[in-house]
Design a protein around this ligand. Structure first.
Ligand SMILES: Nc1ncnc2c1ncn2[C@@H]1O[C@H](COP(=O)(O)OP(=O)(O)O)[C@@H](O)[C@H]1O
Ligand SMILES: [Mg+2]
Length: 304
């Protein structure tokens, strides 16, 4: 087995004159969960499609499971499971029929697919839905079915484009749990997300994207320590500019985003002391997270 699952080196791509991916490089090691984190339009789906050999690029090289892409992408894809950003089921077909048809694309025999389906349904917690039409499933069930479908060829690498976007928190946690199980089984995962929490919880390493460029990368906690490394107090309900002047001597850095003031302070008690007795203020003290990293690097929040 090759020592890297994905090697993406100096890749450039433009869409009709507009640069979508600008000299991007990253590697994904076997067995790790690698995340591409960025807001809408950052280039996540474009990168995913390039990894799969489904979108041409202008410069650079991409190697996936030891095979050059796009030259040998078809072969590489036999060993990859894909969850696209938007579900593409035959919604009039049942859950079982969708899995069956997909297995046949991988040239599995009728018998092989039939033998694989029960454990995939169990994995996706859809044992009782085998004969339901996909159109009748909830959003969370459809995403789990998409994941089960991606596993039909027992892939060694999973490429997941926003696997939990649009799901409620419970459905999202269930997907996370399933992904952890896959990692424990030794699968390699590349996923894209705009959820900081998802990236922080699941990913061993990240590449943070903005407008097709990598603006930071590494292990989530190392990234947070390196970029922030102190407590955060969010302050709501006051005049951000007036408050900023008041707490400036005690803050390492202050960001104003809309009506909220983000104060990065080595000793939060000193900041709180400055604000004590002021009415109408609400303070939220918390450990730093990836949202702070994004805010620091771009000067804005990652809201889509
Ligand atoms: N087929 C396309 N033709 C032209 N522009 C595109 C096409 N696909 C994506 N883009 C543009 O490329 C950029 C990256 O898009 P995309 O990869 O979909 O981002 P993300 O998945 O992070 O939301 C965006 O500016 C988008 O408008
Ligand atoms: Mg996308």
């Amino acid at each position: 087995m090759s020592t890297v699952a994905i090697d993406f080196a100096g890749v450039m791509k433009s869409h009709g004159g507009k640069i979508a991916v600008e000299g991007l490089s990253f590697t994904v090691a076997p067995g790790e969960c690698f995340g591409l984190l960025g807001p809408n339009g950052a280039g996540k789906s474009t990168i995913t499609r390039m990894v799969l050999g489904m979108a041409p690029f202008d410069a650079g090289t991409i190697t996936v499971l030891g095979m050059p892409v796009p030259a040998r992408a078809r072969l590489a894809r036999m060993r990859i499971g894909v969850v696209p950003q938007f579900d593409n089921f035959d919604v009039e077909f049942t859950v079982r029929e969708n899995l069956f048809v997909f297995g046949r694309y991988f040239r599995m025999s009728k018998h092989e697919v039939e033998a694989a389906i029960p454990s995939l349904l169990e994995f996706a917690r859809l044992e009782n839905r085998a004969d339901a039409r996909v159109a009748d499933l909830s959003g969370g069930m459809k995403r789990r079915l998409m994941l089960a479908r991606a596993l039909i060829n027992d892939p060694q690498l999973l490429v997941l484009d926003e696997p939990t976007t649009g799901l409620d928190p419970r459905a999202r946690h269930l997907i996370w749990e399933r992904l952890r199980l896959l990692l424990a089984r030794g699968k390699t995962i590349m996923l894209t997300t705009h959820f900081m929490e998802e990236a922080e919880r699941l990913c061993d390493r990240l590449c943070v994207l903005e407008e097709g460029r990598s603006i930071a990368g590494g292990r989530p906690h190392a990234l947070i320590d390196e970029q922030i490394g102190c407590h955060v107090i969010e302050i709501y309900g006051g005049n951000p500019h007036e408050l900023r002047a008041l707490i400036r001597p005690y803050a390492q850095r202050i960001e104003v985003s809309g009506e909220t003031l983000f104060c990065y302070a080595p000793d939060p008690e000193q900041v709180r002391a400055q604000l004590r007795g002021r009415t109408g203020l609400r303070l939220l003290q918390r450990p730093p997270n990836l949202e702070d990293v994004f805010l620091r690097l771009t000067g804005r929040e990652m809201k889509d």
